[in-house]
Design a protein around this ligand. Structure first.
Ligand SMILES: C[S@@+](CC[C@H](N)C(=O)[O-])C[C@H]1O[C@@H](n2cnc3c(N)ncnc32)[C@H](O)[C@@H]1O
Length: 296
């Protein structure tokens, strides 16, 4: 079992976004996602969605599934998006997803893979949940970035930014080489496509002097330089699953989306609980909130 980075009870929204100057990063990531994600579609899931920061970008999708291991962050996401009947909130571990094979048409994962010690296992789970021809937009922290390259050249950093293996610079915080991510995506059955180099201007000194709109405009131009070799701290990549016949789905209702994360067995509803007869597990399911962290 890979160790998890647990955000339960975390003040992530306030500390990392509201009380810190990250308007530039937030806006630059939105530009990248808008460029890579098909603007409309059927059912999309965001993995590690946290408090639902990016939920507005899924306006063109008929169903939106926000998945996170932290119940408290998902509750914050529900405060934001709970009035919109298209949204479903799922507490689950990416390594043990509760989705039927091919249940999703598209997926995103932003600022999450850097917390995962076993990316191939997580990507295989996401791949299995996606339908043939499904789209997956992945953001990752790039170890081959300009700052790391400069620090390495000056002897101020011991790890090599050009080596393909992931580096764990703080416990459960990893930077990845673009080649490693491309290989991991292929290994999980994705075909990686277009990349964008994001957040080149991530520097306190610039943020103090340059208006955020100007920084985002420059970032939007720099994002397009990725084919020359992305040296930015963050990279977005669009990947696709192989084409094939659309899977048979039992309607578009929420219950038909799920299987037991223990066994993959079918679930049936008993009031506010989903029951798996195959493995004997029961899972809380109240309104739009489904809890697959541990059985009821
Ligand atoms: C840095 S936050 C990013 C949140 C959101 N994607 C955003 O960009 O605002 C990382 C998120 O990944 C979630 N996470 C980490 N490991 C996870 C796992 N194994 N399964 C599900 N979620 C996980 C955390 O709970 C947290 O909400």
């Amino acid at each position: 079992m890979p160790e998890l980075c647990d955000y339960e009870g975390s003040d992530y929204q306030t500390r990392f976004w509201k009380n810190a100057d990250r308007h530039y990063e937030d806006a630059a990531e939105r530009v990248a996602l808008r460029r890579l994600l098909p603007p409309e579609g059927g059912r999309i899931a965001e993995f590690g969605a946290g408090f639902g920061r990016l939920g507005d970008l899924y306006a063109g999708y008929r169903e939106v599934v926000l998945v996170d291991y932290s119940r408290t962050l998902l509750e914050e996401a529900m405060q934001r998006w709970g009035d919109d009947p298209r949204f479903t909130f799922v507490a689950a571990d990416i390594y043990h997803l509760p989705f039927a094979h091919g249940a999703l048409d598209a997926a995103t994962m932003v600022r999450v893979i850097h917390h995962l010690s076993d990316p191939p296992a997580a990507l295989a789970q996401i791949r299995a949940a996606l339908a043939p021809g499904g789209e997956f937009i992945l953001e990752y922290a790039n170890k081959r970035n300009l700052k790391a390259m400069a620090r390495y050249a000056l002897g101020k950093q011991d790890w090599n930014p050009y080596a393909p293996d992931p580096v764990e610079f703080v416990k459960l915080n990893f930077d990845f080489h673009p080649r490693y991510i491309a290989q991991a995506l292929r290994g999980a059955g994705f075909t990686p496509g277009r990349s964008l180099a994001v957040s080149y201007l991530r520097a306190g000194a610039l943020k103090k002097r340059v208006p955020v709109q100007a920084m985002v405009a420059v970032d939007a131009a720099l994002q397009l330089t990725a084919p020359l070799g992305a040296l930015s701290p963050s990279v977005f990549v669009r990947a696709k699953t192989a084409p094939g016949p659309a899977p048979a789905r039992d309607g578009s209702g929420r219950d038909s989306l799920f299987v037991s994360p223990r066994s993959g067995g079918a679930l049936r509803r008993e009031g506010d609980v989903l029951v798996c007869d195959a493995d004997g597990t029961r899972w809380h399911a109240k309104g739009p909130f489904f809890d697959f962290k541990e059985p009821a």
